[in-house]
Design a protein around this ligand. Structure first.
Ligand SMILES: [Zn+2]
Length: 315
């Protein structure tokens, strides 16, 4: 197994959103990566400049941020070649590590654009170093910039940021400071290639919660009509438990919340987020965790408040 710590730079349509190619809003122009063994020692590095072919001019924000000019990019290689070489560098069993959630998604979107997505099957489990940094050094909800983390940890800073190779190297340095236990327990999942069938559904067990990622459904409503999605299980014994709060919509109808009661282990909270897949179909991400009686009461109060609000709107 190798860790592949990577960073991408991408360009977007210089003429604004209305002129962009919807299949490729972000065109990758640089790939930088560091490969680490299980002890997190470097075993190699990778760099490729990509010659853009969808957006040949740089968006003003891209040229402001990255240290590359349009002339530099003309020296790049086609994305297909760069991606092929990068995947070769990754080897058989890579565990990707990135700063934040975007790079892996945009890499897959670019692969799909060039009909190469079968080279990297998903869903992909990976390490989001930005999240891990927050969990270990701050609070779970914080999301800091890479330069913040590097300075916070007093790591050497000799290169400018926003060069793919430098950012990959900085991310690797932060990753080395993350406890292996924390990394192992808090891996992320990228659902650009979400499960399609029931066989592909994912059940990921974390210390304090479980994450279930469902198959695809034709319509948004179908998701919450499937008892397989809306069943409430005890996080500890996995028994199907009686619901004490039925599912109610929250967050503008994209989230649903419910609570159940396990006779042996107490209250369970269930949250279902309905997401639109790349295919235009829908799938669910359900998280289940134990809660206190107090938290259950707060959830009930929220349900009542939302119901009253809804009734008032109707009047
Ligand atoms: Zn139980």
């Amino acid at each position: 197994m190798s860790y592949i710590v990577f960073d991408l730079e991408w360009n977007q349509c210089p003429y604004g959103k209305q002129a962009e190619n919807p299949l490729l809003p972000f065109e990758i122009i640089e790939i930088g990566a560091v490969r680490l063994n299980e002890a997190r020692e470097s075993t190699g590095s990778f760099h490729a400049l990509v010659k853009p072919c969808v957006y040949r001019r740089l968006h003003y924000q891209t040229s402001r941020v990255i240290g590359l000019s349009e002339e530099d990019l003309q020296k790049g290689i086609p994305f297909t070649e760069a991606a092929e070489a990068f995947l070769e560098f990754c080897g058989e069993d890579p565990v990707f590590c990135t700063w934040g959630t975007l790079d892996l998604t945009e890499f897959q979107r670019n692969l799909r654009f060039y009909d190469m997505l079968d080279r990297l099957p998903g869903p992909i489990l990976y390490e989001d170093v930005q999240k891990l940094f927050a969990i270990q050094f701050e609070t779970r909800a914080d999301r800091r910039s890479l330069s913040y983390a590097v300075e916070f940890l007093n790591l050497p800073e000799e290169e400018a940021y926003h060069l793919a190779s430098a950012d990959a190297e900085y991310t690797a340095r932060v990753f080395r400071r993350i406890s292996p236990v924390i990394a192992k327990k808090n891996y992320s999942v990228d659902c650009f290639q979400n499960p399609k069938t029931r066989d592909e559904e994912l059940r990921l067990k974390y210390d304090t919660y479980e994450k279930f990622i469902s198959r695809e459904y034709e319509a948004r409503e179908d998701v919450m009509n499937d008892a397989h999605v809306t069943a409430v299980h005890c996080f500890l014994c996995h028994r199907n438990v009686k619901r004490v709060i039925r599912f109610f919509a929250d967050g503008g109808g994209r989230n649903y919340l419910a609570a159940g009661l396990c006779p042996d282990h107490g209250y369970v909270k269930c949250k279902v987020r309905v997401r639109e897949a790349q295919s235009g179909k829908y799938y669910a991400i359900r998280t289940t965790k134990m809660i206190s009686e107090e938290e259950m009461q707060r959830l009930r109060a929220k349900q009542v408040m939302l119901r009253v609000k809804k009734q008032n709107r109707r009047k």
